[in-house]
Write a protein that binds this ligand. Structure first.
Ligand code: ATP
Ligand code: MG
Length: 189
């Protein structure tokens, strides 16, 4: 036991800190809420945080209303257009995602933003609205101490390769699918 503790202590002493590239992907629920959990933690430590939403959902997220009470620490941009699978105009949606990316870049380059959440950016990549190379280029150049979370289903393999922390939410059950239960406040939005 003591030997194990000693090995663990030695390991911890060698560990350093580093700004992380974090991905939440997969078909199961919990990607955006996991990212917002990190936002809460970061705000609690007094850090500045930015959230850029690449895809706007059907509902106004209540989290945004709550987090706006921390307006000196948080910036929140809802830049997506409607639901992507209802798109009428691919080129317009691509332009919208590219504009969101430009906003995201301002935070990614700013050393004062401890955490930046790029919500549903993986979906924008999958739909071809953004190029994975342009995202990787920016991640490679970001300040060393800042963290970034990229959420959304279908994260591209090159992004997964580059990231430091990747969690895939696995769908085992969802009440909408199995019981036809619709979205409920506090649980979905
Ligand atoms: P959450 O925002 O609750 O953390 P998420 O970010 O993992 O979920 P998305 O992939 O962004 O989920 O899906 C958007 C919406 O669809 C959310 O409101 C979510 O609750 C809902 N949803 C997530 N997974 C499923 C599923 N397997 N079937 C039906 N609806 C789902
Ligand atoms: Mg989500």
């Amino acid at each position: 036991m003591q030997q194990r503790q000693r090995v663990q202590m030695q390991y911890l002493e060698r560990c350093t800190q580093k700004g992380l590239v974090i991905i939440y992907t997969g078909d199961g629920k919990g990607k955006t809420t996991a990212a917002l959990g990190m936002v809460l933690r970061s705000l609690g430590h007094g850090y500045r945080v930015a959230v850029v939403q690449f895809i706007k959902g059907a509902w106004e997220p209540a989290e945004r209303r709550v987090l706006e009470h921390w307006s000196d620490q948080i910036r929140w941009h809802a830049l997506g257009e409607g639901f992507t699978w209802e798109t009428q105009d691919w080129e317009r949606d691509r332009q919208c995602a590219q504009n969101a990316w430009q906003v995201a870049c301002e935070y990614l380059r700013n050393p004062n933003y401890y955490l930046t959440v790029l919500d549903e950016v993986n979906v924008a990549l999958r739909l071809g609205y953004l190029e994975v190379e342009q995202v990787l280029r920016e991640l490679q150049q970001k300040p060393a101490h800042t963290h970034v979370v990229l959420t959304g289903r279908g994260a591209p393999p090159a992004l997964i390769d580059y990231a430091d922390l990747v969690t895939e939410m696995t769908l085992l059950k969802h009440p909408f699918r199995s019981q036809g239960i619709k979205a409920q406040p506090g649980i979905e939005y």
